[in-house]
Design a binder for this molecule. Structure first.
Ligand SMILES: C[S@@+](CC[C@H](N)C(=O)[O-])C[C@H]1O[C@@H](n2cnc3c(N)ncnc32)[C@H](O)[C@@H]1O
Length: 268
């Protein structure tokens, strides 16, 4: 039997094939409101690496404004993220200073590309009208900022080389929100082993089942994520940054209190 002829899939098939070249990957900058208390409490300035950065909007926590519990607005920006808190969250008094930032993603988006922005907007679930509006405002907020480099590739494979580029005189922070769930457990363990070897700090914001070795209570609400610093759970966070439920008795906004250790130093 000869080879089958290559069939034209027709207009519908061609459209479907085009659509399959895109993946469902959101980017929720409002999550920065839940990362900020940790970022602001670490020794400044920071060198940020976000793994699973998508369009990189969470790499600009210093370009947004924040209002915790309806109080005073911190920062000045086209977008303000509101966040409810519970417990003695160490709310930041100032935005973090960021000396360097970079990311890794299997498929980085470009916020200056109209098609990418349309796709990002279309991935936001219906039901919360402010989310697409806030995402556009966040894109506007970072429009004039230098675009951080987002390396295309797998976060385990690419992390060592990217971390080696971080400036040594800033505190390296590797972070991720709603990302490691896409990796099998063995790859998550490989990633954890890599980050433990790096200088600086590791901030994770993932469902509590994703890093099962963390010594953390499960939240009552299964939708919440667990925020951890260096594998120590510090808070539960709402999936889109709307709330922060601080665990434990920490209230003062200092690196010592947030980390629970007194010898937090920038990487050598
Ligand atoms: C749900 S999105 C979250 C994006 C961003 N962290 C945020 O909170 O808005 C997950 C992102 O992780 C990326 N991702 C998933 N697996 C990855 C891997 N193995 N290496 C690098 N990026 C990955 C996806 O491409 C996607 O952009």
């Amino acid at each position: 039997m000869g080879a089958l002829p290559r069939l034209d899939p027709g207009p519908l098939g061609r459209r479907t094939r085009r659509r399959l070249t895109r993946f469902t990957q959101t980017n929720e900058p409002a999550r920065c409101a839940t990362l900020l208390p940790l970022l602001a409490a670490l020794p400044q300035p920071l060198a940020l690496i976000e793994v699973g950065a998508s369009a990189g909007l969470c790499l600009h926590p210093d370009r947004y404004a924040y209002r915790y519990d309806g109080g005073a607005v911190l920062g000045s920006s086209p977008v303000t993220f509101d966040c409810r808190t519970e417990g003695p969250a160490p709310l930041p008094a100032a935005l973090p200073g960021i000396a360097w930032r970079a990311g890794i993603d299997l498929n980085p988006f470009d916020t200056t590309d109209e098609d990418d922005v349309r796709w990002l907007q279309s991935l936001i679930w219906p039901g919360r009208a402010e989310r697409p509006r806030q995402q556009l405002a966040a894109i506007e907020a970072v429009r004039t900022a230098p675009r951080p480099r987002i390396v295309r590739g797998d976060l385990v494979d690419e992390l060592p080389a990217l971390a080696a580029e971080a400036p040594a005189d800033a505190t390296l922070v590797v972070f991720h929100t709603a990302v490691l769930t896409y990796l099998p457990l063995a790859r998550r363990e490989e990633f954890a082993a890599l980050v433990r070897e790096l200088p600086g700090h590791w901030i994770s914001n993932e469902h509590h089942t994703v890093l099962p070795w963390l010594d953390a209570p499960a939240p009552d609400d299964e939708h919440l994520l667990t925020l951890a610093l260096d594998e120590r759970a510090v808070a539960f966070t709402a999936p889109h940054g709307q709330s922060l439920h601080w665990l434990g008795a920490t209230s003062a906004p200092s690196a010592t209190d947030v980390t629970g250790v007194s010898d937090v130093t920038p990487p050598a």
